[in-house]
Structure formats: C-alpha cells, structure tokens
Design a binder for this molecule. Structure first.
Ligand SMILES: O=c1ccn([C@@H]2O[C@H](COP(=O)(O)O)[C@@H](O)[C@H]2O)c(=O)[nH]1
Length: 272
C-alpha cells in the first residue's frame, strides 16, 4: 500500500497527530539520563513504549541521534524498527537536500526497502531546486514511501527565502506547493508527497487547494503555536493536516504513563 493510503488509514484509527522524538541534551538531563548513547537509547526507547502504539506518526529528529555518532545512528535504526512494529508510521526528520546524484544516495538510505534508516517517510529540503529531489521522489514511489518537503518552515528566518518571489511573480513556497501537487495529481485518498507548513506562520499566503497530499504542521507548544493557529491557517477542515509536537510531550517524561497521557491530551485538543 502507498504511503498516502497508509497515512489516511492510521490517522482514521489513531487520529491526526505526529509526536517527535527529539532527545535534546536538556531533556536527557531532566529525565535523569546520561549525555551519551546509552542515555539517548533509554530516552528514545521510552518514547517508543509510551506513544509508539498511540500516535499515528512518530518523527525521530535525526540530528539528535547523529550528534552521538555511529552509536547514535544505531539507536535511530532500532527506534525506526521498533516504532514500525508498534504500528506507527515513522517520519525520519533528516531534511535532506542535495544535487541529484547525491540525492540518489540519500534516497537509498531513507527511502529504499531494506535500508535500516528507511522509515515510512523522510523530510526533504527543496532549496537546491525541487527538481533535484527527483531521485528521492522516484525511490519513494518505488518503495511505497512518502516525503515531506519544506514549504513554509516554522522558524522566523524561513520567510526571507520561502516568501521571496521568482521572476514569474510566484512565491518560492507556492512553487514548492505546486510542484508537490503535480506529483500527487489523481492520487486517492492522499498523495505521497507532503509538505511542511509551520503552524507558527502569521498567514498562510499560499494556496494549498491543489496539493492533494498531507501537510506536516510543526510549531506547537515550545514554538508557541496553538490549536487556534491550526484552524486559522488551515480552516476547520483539517483533512491531511498532521500537527506535530515534540518538546511539549517530551517534557512530561521519563514516566511512560505521563508521556502517553500528554500525547492523548494533545491529540484531544486537536480533535474536540
Ligand atoms: O519547519 C519546521 C520543520 C521541522 N521542524 C522540526 O519539528 C520539531 C519541532 O520540535 P518542537 O519541540 O515541537 O518545537 C523539531 O524536530 C524541528 O526540527 C520544525 O520545528 N519546523
């Protein structure tokens, strides 16, 4: 089954929430864990136990695993496998983007069946040109996986690039939306090429009506966005919108029960 189909199914079963696993050094400290790969592993596996069977999508942030070197990457590989066994879709947040020939190697790592770093989807940066992502888009299609391409990121610095207009007058972010929509044309219920649109942005300023794909909306809690922002940006019809939060749930650890309860509270806030 394609990624868009699997996503629609798991969201209908579990609700529209993505929870991030972001093992910040400060969180390791507040959970009473050592600042090494063993602390990282304990942190991440606690998350798997707490919400791997709750959240529709879980998003390990690759940077925090890479920061621990090869042992950290080995932990990420285990986390990906364990989350998939728990029934969550795994979105590896690695924000890869490079010239096409190098993208092919990233595609082999993150989007190819049998690779230990391949979850269900990966985040990509289109700022070497959307066309440079072609090897990843092709690999995702081939293996039934998905991608989430940065369109409007949640950080304030993103606007200077993403809101800029090309010679044709079209904003860079709108061009990304349109390119993603073209890849998703005709797919049902959702295409496999999603976008990242931060819930913190002041106004949407792009037309998502032709996307026909999922939208990952980061920025809740720690970055200040609220459920009201979600409705303001995307309207009451949130089909395909996947709010994501990391620290706002993770600060409730290390108790698995408290992490699970926080996950449920956040999900309820989106669905009431
Ligand atoms: O525009 C973007 C794209 C990705 N992120 C990532 O999401 C999480 C957010 O963590 P919080 O603790 O909920 O702030 C993090 O991994 C970011 O790298 C984003 O925030 N904005």
């Amino acid at each position: 089954m394609r990624f868009g189909e699997r996503l629609a199914r798991v969201v209908s079963e579990r609700g529209p929430l993505c929870v991030g696993i972001d093992p910040h050094p400060g969180l390791l400290a507040s959970w009473g864990l050592p600042q090494d790969a063993s602390g990282l592993e304990r942190f991440a596996l606690t998350c798997v136990e707490a919400f791997g069977a709750e959240a529709a999508v879980v998003k390990p942030q690759s940077a925090f695993f890479e920061a621990h070197g090869s042992r950290g990457v080995a932990v990420l590989e285990r986390v990906i496998a364990d989350l998939r066994s728990a029934g969550a879709l795994v979105l590896v947040d690695a924000k890869r983007g490079d010239i096409g020939s190098t993208m092919a190697a990233y595609a082999a790592a993150y989007l190819t069946e049998g690779s230990p770093l391949a979850g269900d989807a990966v985040t990509l940066s289109p700022y070497l040109g959307f066309g440079s992502l072609e090897p990843a888009l092709a690999a995702a299609e081939e293996s039934g996986r998905g991608v989430f391409v940065l369109a409007l990121t949640s950080n304030p610095e993103g606007a200077s690039v993403q809101r800029a207009r090309g010679a044709d007058g079209v904003a860079v972010a709108q061009a990304v939306v349109d390119a993603a929509g073209a890849r998703n044309a005709g797919a049902s219920p959702l295409g496999d090429v999603g976008l990242v649109v931060g819930a913190t942005v002041h106004e949407l300023g792009v037309d998502l009506s032709g996307l026909n794909g999922p939208v990952l909306a980061p920025g809740f809690g720690a970055q200040g966005a609220t459920v009201a922002d979600l409705r303001r940006l995307f309207g009451d019809e949130l089909r395909g919108v996947l709010p994501t939060t990391s620290r706002d749930v993770l600060r409730h650890g290390p108790s698995e029960a408290d992490l699970r309860a926080a996950t449920r509270r956040v999900l309820d806030s989106f669905t009431v």
